[in-house]
Design a protein around this ligand. Structure first.
Ligand code: SCD
Length: 683
């Protein structure tokens, strides 16, 4: 909550006041000249289908004003599966580019001078083969290692907390992260070896203070591991970069970015860093995906502009602005261009770049920066009291904090306390003009990748690959050996991403997470609400008629680990009186059938946000039919373009819920559909 206005009293005695931009503790920005010398980098997260299509999109980005590249990989690559792996096939090329080998990586950057353009790669689980493929691709193009500039995300802890593209258990995963930092700090001195991320916490439901606290807690855990290797802070710390989300909480977001630099500078100084460079936090920001609405999507352009301004006022070094149609599908060429232009307009038409930290000295902003830092310190103390972030993760504290935030926000939206224009206020009856959405032909990408993998395997030196993979597997069993060095050797002789991952899995166990959702919190927020009470009554009536509460199984199919939506729905339905079970992440159709046979369910709900809904639902329906389970009503939630609705209905899907559907609408629609099935059976 803000005060109605702020005065000198609010900033009297604040310890962080008095520094200039570019001076420790860097509250006012990492550089003295800030955007006057170099505006933030326009770095749009891009990647879909195969390497050639993504390469064309990169070139278009650079030609139209993009200033750096940021690669989005598909889910199969993230999870270390080659495209031809049976579990991966529906997801190939959908939410990012499919990369199976160094040959794909070379095509991805074909005609792009890697000595000139900085490249960010969002990769965590399969960081070893992907970083290795990038290094080898550059090497074979004649680019020296010291010329390579860019960033590898390499932030595995937040994968266990929210993003879910992990492969190995936490301990071996931490070793891999540290191996990457160590190797890059010696071999690629201009490459940022981590992008420690808060963005994904915000997307999962954390408010700005929790987002920053978890990010810094993770950063501390990494610093501990790296320090244990004997690396000098002044040697590697300036290559640890950060990544934050920027939502619609305008003033707070600016305060968060200022507080982030303050706290990081203090942390690194406390650990004994001497150089200013080591203490200076640099960051990338991305506008909020959560704030995008499927209803009246053009409104998202306005939201994104405001969020981008918060990122820039907060002093970010690099920025991604979301495209307005991303709540509907992957960005189209047109929407991607508008998103980029948003940044170009801010950089070149507004004069914003002329002054560093324009909010510096504001009574409100300085006191909010202090308040934000204090809230974050309080969270960090709570984490310390539990023994550190790994303990807080294992105990469930982290997911409880995030899910609590997510449920409160959802209830505020559903009750209209938090305004979203076009969704819960000023809803338009006009049909939304249909946007030209980008559609990935998943099966075509899959076939092409299969052919390429087969060709690679025929043409390489099989014995050399076997030896390199055996050395990698042996290295996994031997702490002290740098796994990135060994993976580079394997990738150079044309081992695939999947083969490298398999070799490591010989000694490093695959991680399986529990699915959890909170009970009681959502209903507590809506106790006074008539729409909610009506749903509770309907559920009760159903239960009285049937002799049991309506029972629903909720599952995530395929490789998509975005589980915020399904957790919110699980909590909401449970609180309304449904019996709810949630299947594990990455369920296969066969596993879903097993769960359905295990106990009675009235309905099955599937959440898919990866764009793979058509092939996955087709596979699921096939399996349900084979197991004589196809009478159970099937609901789908996720990012489903209207053009796919009819195909899903033909497959037998009863109801489709898009993101942002109110909880009572979901609950009542399910009950009505169940009642209709009962009537039909009775006739
Ligand atoms: C810049 N420089 C200056 C300066 N401005 N020097 C003096 N005065 C100034 N005013 C120097 C810098 O020190 C640096 O040199 C060089 O210029 C480049 O500037 P930079 O500030 O480092 O900018 P950039 O190269 O763009 O790097 C920005 C980050 C980097 C440091 C933040 O880590 C980055 O690009 N991160 C992007 C991460 C990303 O794209 N993530 C996408 C995540 P030196 O280097 O010599 O110091 C997407 C994602 O996860 C989506 C969601 C999902 O998939 O789940």
């Amino acid at each position: 909550m803000h005060k109605p206005y702020y005065t000198q009293d609010d900033i009297d005695g604040l310890a962080h006041l008095g520094s200039c931009p570019g001076e420790s503790p860097f509250v006012r920005g990492p550089f003295e000249s800030m955007y006057r010398q170099k505006p933030w980098t326009i770095r749009q997260y891009t990647g879909f289908a195969g390497a050639d299509a993504s390469n064309a999109a990169f070139k278009r980005t650079l030609a139209e004003g993009g200033q750096g590249l940021s690669v989005a990989f598909d889910l199969a690559t993230h999870l270390g599966f080659d495209s031809d792996h049976p579990t991966a096939q529906a997801d190939v090329g959908r939410t990012g580019v499919a990369i199976d080998s160094v040959e794909d990586m070379k095509r991805l950057f074909d005609g792009i001078d890697l000595s000139q353009v900085s490249v960010s790669m969002t990769m965590n689980g399969a960081v070893l083969p992907i970083m290795a493929a990038f290094i080898v691709a550059a090497e074979e193009r004649g680019v020296a290692r010291h010329q390579l500039r860019g960033t590898i995300q390499n932030d595995i802890l937040k994968e266990f907390m929210v993003r879910n593209t992990y492969i190995f258990e936490p301990e071996p995963s931490m070793r891999i992260c540290t191996d990457v930092v160590e190797y890059l700090s010696h071999e690629l001195p201009n490459f940022n070896s981590m992008s420690i991320s808060g963005y994904h916490f915000q997307e999962a439901g954390a408010d700005p203070a929790l987002e920053l606290a978890l990010t810094l807690a993770n950063a501390r855990a990494y610093l501990d591991r790296i320090a244990a290797r004997g690396l000098d802070l002044d040697h590697f710390c300036h290559r640890l970069s950060f990544f934050f989300g920027v939502g619609m909480n305008f003033f707070n977001e600016i305060a968060k970015l200022r507080a982030a630099r303050l706290l990081w500078s203090e942390e690194v100084e406390r650990r004994g860093a001497r150089s200013e460079r080591a203490k200076r936090m640099k960051m990338h920001c991305q506008t909020s995906g959560w704030s995008l609405t499927a209803q009246e999507p053009q409104n998202n352009l306005i939201r994104t502009t405001i969020e981008a301004m918060a990122g820039v006022f907060g002093g970010t070094q690099s920025l991604h602005t979301n495209a307005y149609d991303e709540a509907l599908s992957l960005p189209s060429e047109h929407s991607a261009r508008l998103a980029r232009n948003t940044q170009l307009i801010l950089q070149q038409e507004t004069g914003i770049c002329e002054v560093a930290d324009p909010w510096g000295g504001s009574y409100m902003m300085e006191s909010m920066t202090k308040a934000m830092a204090d809230r974050v310190r309080a969270y960090l103390a709570q984490i310390d009291a539990q023994g550190g972030i790994l303990q807080a993760l294992q105990s469930g504290w982290v997911s409880e904090q995030i899910q609590t935030g997510s449920l409160h926000t959802q209830s505020r939206i559903d009750t209209g306390q938090q305004a979203i224009i076009g969704v819960n206020r000023f809803v338009s009856d006009e049909p939304t003009p249909s946007a030209a959405l980008l559609k990935v032909e998943g099966s075509a990408v899959l076939n092409e990748q299969r052919t390429r993998i087969a060709h690679l395997k025929q043409s390489r030196d099989g014995a050399a690959v076997e030896q390199a993979l055996a050395r990698l597997a042996a290295g996994a069993a031997q702490p002290g050996t740098n796994l990135l060095a060994l993976t580079i050797d394997a990738i150079r002789v044309r081992a695939t991403v999947g083969e490298c991952t398999q070799a490591l899995l010989g000694h490093m166990r695959r991680y399986h997470a529990d699915s959890r959702f909170l009970r009681g919190l959502y209903a507590a927020d809506r106790r006074q609400d008539t729409a909610w009470r009506r749903l509770e009554r309907q559920v009760k009536t159903f239960g009285e008629g049937e002799g049991h509460a309506p029972a629903i199984l909720l599952v995530k199919l395929g490789l998509d680990g975005h589980d915020r939506g399904i957790q919110v729905v699980a909590s909401g339905l449970k609180d309304a009186g449904f019996e709810v079970d949630m299947g594990p992440l990455f369920s296969t159709p066969e596993q879903v059938c097993k769960m359905l046979k295990f106990r009675h369910y009235d309905a099955l709900g599937v959440s898919i946000l990866s764009g793979a809904h058509l092939p996955l639902i087709e596979q699921l329906v096939g399996a349900l039919r084979e197991n004589r389970l196809d009478a159970i009503p099937l609901f789908v939630g996720g990012i489903i373009p209207e053009t796919d609705t009819a195909a899903l209905q033909d497959l037998g899907v009863s109801l489709i819920f898009s993101p942002g559907t109110r909880m009572e609408v979901i609950g009542e629609s399910i009950l009505n559909a169940l009642a209709a099935v009962r009537c039909h059976c009775a006739e």
